[in-house]
Design a protein around this ligand. Structure first.
Ligand SMILES: *Cc1c(COP(=O)(O)O)cnc(C)c1O
Length: 346
């Protein structure tokens, strides 16, 4: 019963097979391997972006930080939600790599066009003394498991465009959002006004690989230089390429995302009928639900692993509602979910 995160599960056998297949003979290092050529072509095809620059790194933090650094100067500020991963979970790496600060858009995980515009208008008002406006970073799926509709994305990128600001999409859970929206990769990115994407692989079946896709090929060289200077250019790069090749082959990435979302839907249905309260309406594979301490205790004692998002397991009142964050990956089984839900009956 493991619901702590979608990076806690195993890598998919198809990804492992590609890594094993790549593990023979010699290949040019540093991204010059032939597998990468195929990955670049495939990503360009999948995103209908035939000029796009495509690079691989091993962590989402590197993807976000290097992508953002290409789109902001040290005297600028990046706009993001107040719970954005780039703000809360990257130890200031985006600031480190770009030199720019972050400006938080108030109102929770999902930015509205109005809140974004308010934040943008609050900057650039002090001439040389203040931060200059920089990129907007949007997380899809959000850090609270919600999804921006294409209209909502467009409303944000319209605001950014009005101020001539570039847009970054943190897609650590890109596939989970895409299959939920039933849209194409292009529709969720460049057609919606996004300039650069962190395209997640790790949480959806890979060992550790994320792609950065820059729709403006003029940014390619700068990204390459930043990746090397930032110590994220892999020498035996073929092992990154092989993971991404396996991930994309026969739409595995869409299958694993559909499976993860379906697993979450099964868990959500069970939680709902057990009377749990949803703190945010879940839309993908991440759930924030509140239920009584006594159930948390029973689950805890039975070995369930997940984060208690607010409240303490220790405490007197067995009926007090504590909030859990529950994340399903593609590999969690229906039986495991049902065992978890079984503890709500007692
Ligand atoms: C997991 C995650 C990342 C990437 O994190 P790493 O640990 O650096 O791989 C980025 N953004 C979001 C929203 C995430 O959930």
């Amino acid at each position: 019963m493991y619901f702590a995160s979608d990076n806690a599960g195993a890598a998919h056998p198809q990804v492992m097979q590609h890594v094993t297949d790549a593990n023979t003979g010699f290949a040019l290092p540093y991204g010059a391997d032939p597998i990468m050529e195929g990955v670049r072509a495939k990503i360009r095809e999948v995103f209908e972006a035939h000029q796009a620059a495509v690079y691989l790194v091993a962590t989402g933090t590197a993807a976000n930080s290097l992508a953002l650094a290409c789109y902001c100067a040290p005297w600028q500020t990046t706009f993001c939600s107040e719970v954005a991963h780039v703000h809360e979970d990257e130890c200031n790496a985006p600031e480190f790599f770009s030199g720019a600060k972050l400006t938080l858009v108030r109102g929770g995980d999902k930015m509205t066009a109005d809140a974004l515009e308010t934040a943008i208008r609050s900057e650039n008002t002090r001439g040389v003394h203040g931060p200059q406006r920089g990129p907007v970073s949007i997380t899809q799926v959000t850090e609270r498991g919600r999804i921006y509709s294409l209209e909502e994305l467009r409303a944000l990128t319209d605001v950014a465009a009005r101020y001539a600001l570039p847009v970054h999409l943190d897609g650590a859970r890109f596939a989970n959002a895409m299959v939920a929206l039933e849209c194409t990769p292009a529709e969720m990115t460049w057609k919606a006004g996004v300039d650069v994407v962190s395209f997640g692989g790790t949480k959806n079946g890979c060992l550790g690989v994320e792609a950065v896709i820059l729709f403006d090929p003029d940014k390619a060289w700068e990204f390459e230089l930043r990746r090397k200077r930032g110590a994220h250019l892999f020498s035996k790069h073929r092992y990154l390429s092989a993971q991404m090749a396996g991930y994309l082959e026969n739409d595995l990435w869409l299958d694993t995302a559909r499976q993860a979302n379906a697993n979450a839907a099964h868990l959500i249905a069970g939680l709902r009928s057990a009377g749990a309260e949803f703190v945010h309406e879940p839309q993908a594979n991440m759930i924030f639900a509140a239920f009584p301490r006594r159930i948390h205790r029973a689950l805890h004692n039975a070995g369930a692993v997940y984060y208690i998002w607010s409240g303490e397991l220790e405490g007197d009142d067995p009926e007090e509602m504590l909030e859990a964050r529950l994340v399903c990956d593609w590999s969690v089984t229906t039986a495991q979910i049902d065992t978890f839900l079984g503890h709500f009956d007692q």
